[in-house]
Design a protein around this ligand. Sequence first.
Ligand code: CU
Length: 732
Amino acid sequence: MKHVTAVNLGLVGGLMLATPAGAQTVVHAFQPPPLLPGQDGVPDAARLLAASQAPGCQVNGSMSRSGSVVSVRLNFVRARFTINNPDPTDPQPHGEDPVELRSYGGCRSGPVIFLKPGDTLRTDLVNDTSTDDPSCLQPPPSGLSMPALVGCFNTTNMHTHGFHVSPAGNSDNVLLNIAPQTRFPYEVNIPADHAAGTFWYHAHRHGSTAVQVASGASGVLVIKGDRPYRAPTPSDPHPIADVDTILHDVAGTPLPEQIFLLQQIAYACFQNLPGQKGGPWQQIYTTTGLYNNDSDNKNGNSPWVCPLAKPGQPVSPGVVENFTLQLDSSSIWDTNGRFTSVNGVVQPTITVPAGQIQRWRFVHAGIHDTVNLQVVRASPIGKTNLIAASALTGNRQQQRSAVLAACNATPATLVPQFEIATDGLTRTHLHTIGTAPSSGALPSNFLQPGYRSDVLVVFPAEGDYCLLNQAAPAPERVSNGGGGGQGPSTPQLLAYVHVRGGTAVTTDLESYVEKSLYDANPQLPAPVRTGLRTGDLTAWAPYRDLPPADSGALQHADFAINFPAFTVNGKSYDPDVVNITRQVNTTDDWILTAQGEPHIFHIHVNPFQIIDVTTDDGHNNQVSIYNPDGTCKSGLVGADKQKLATQYCGMYHVFKDTVVVENGYQVHVRTRYERYIGEFVLHCHILDHEDAGMMLNISIVPDLNAPAGGLGMPGMHHPGMSGATDASKKMP
Ligand SMILES: [Cu+2]
């Protein structure tokens, strides 16, 4: 471990720090996600702090707005760029690993797209990848060891995750297949009553989803709303209001915002010997040698490296090409040494003033590893403050001890996060994460793949802080039983936070935030405004409690792996089968369960409300983990049960679109199939599980009791047609 000397803390961004040994560490400034050329009139862009001039990615694409029509050209390409590597032994120039990855626009993270309720998003998705990728051959080369259902990695499509929009036709239709060297005009009509919030888009072609998302094929969708609070009337008992309209200071200046697109880009450098048997992408360079599919190969537990090529030793750029070696291995993200990046940058440095309330939009765009997000005040180690100097070095495993020492989370060092929205949807009450220890563990903002969390943060005083992905014992993580992450759960510093200037806050931070919102919004009627003093956001929450299911019929989703089959309700995904048919504008109760290891439920189009979470009381009775006030009962989560369940403690009656399903618990959710008919999917959001089959088709039809579910005329079966009116699929 190399230590750096003291540096000028006022400088960030490409600053080279001298170390005693003469090696150099580069400080990387926080960068917002790239914007598309042509995107203008975005008030947020001007407010995004820091580093807007930093050398970012030149996005391959464009954007324009004409009235409410937003036209985006997004190129899906396999492009060369670099990813910074904090390991000082990395031989690549300037510590930048060359990579060649599939992504949107040829950037490490896709461009952020700002939208408004009522907009039409027209996306010209240009699949500019080649037609001759090995994974697309039939059969693929034996060396790729591709499981059934997985591949072709150059075929893609696009999902608007969390949007309440049509799943049919050329809207949010993930049953489409956009082949290499073709393009497709998506048109997503965002209804005028759509919630404002944080959403995201990503590739969702079954079989290539994990490879593409693990390569960085994801970006953030922000819907900004300007609908002010209005009093309810008999004809409009729940007027829509956007939380955006109250997030400003007393002068009316909107609170600064930051986007954190968290990606787990699983690149590896391969030795592709010319003409090697079984094709390319079989041998990964690691610190201890080559890692391949040989069952006795021990290098699978060693961090990956990208050496310089030598005669007879070819080295590919960093790629994601081997599903089995890079994504599907049970502990690989824990051991590969790679970092969760923030908007494409590994361990950036963000500088904020003390006392300033900011809205941070977290998006977990990784494919299968939990992020236990904490904000922690840093501690110097001896004379060196590694966080002040932005100077952690080494791969993720090598940084472990320094991270734990420098970012030592205790009740005294933890900075609370005040969550205002989950999965983009404003909560009815501000939820404080990070002050009171619960169940013996320090609270984290548990982010699972697919989750979003919008939080207000405020730093009490100047100093140095860690944005931390805290280490988590196996029971607190997904895939503790294999298949995603059963390794040592190495903690990681996600970002350095330097708090400079501003005004210190000496009062309780929650009171400070709530009073600030109260003071800034004198336009509100008294009871609504007063509610802000205790974090009441009900007036801005887009969804109300759902009444019980119409039919009383219960739907189930049970996730299980019976290797090699990855199943929901005992079935692996079959694109030709409609597994579940339900009727539009009705409400269902669902029970979600997972066998063997935790999985992550996600369903498209409509959010769901967490009605209850139950577990066995030891006498074959399911009992709620919640008290009547929505707090967690002690004894049913935590020490004597699986700790992952503590994640449910902030979720009582919350609306979400993605939720972890812990073993030994039943997650009861309620959803209303509002407005849209058509076929879409529910699946595990551990994306290698999804590709391997953990997905079902659901069809929403106009009338369950009409012939063919009320879709079209009897006998109207058109083979090959897909979308809302496809009655040709087999019913189970
Ligand atoms: Cu799963």
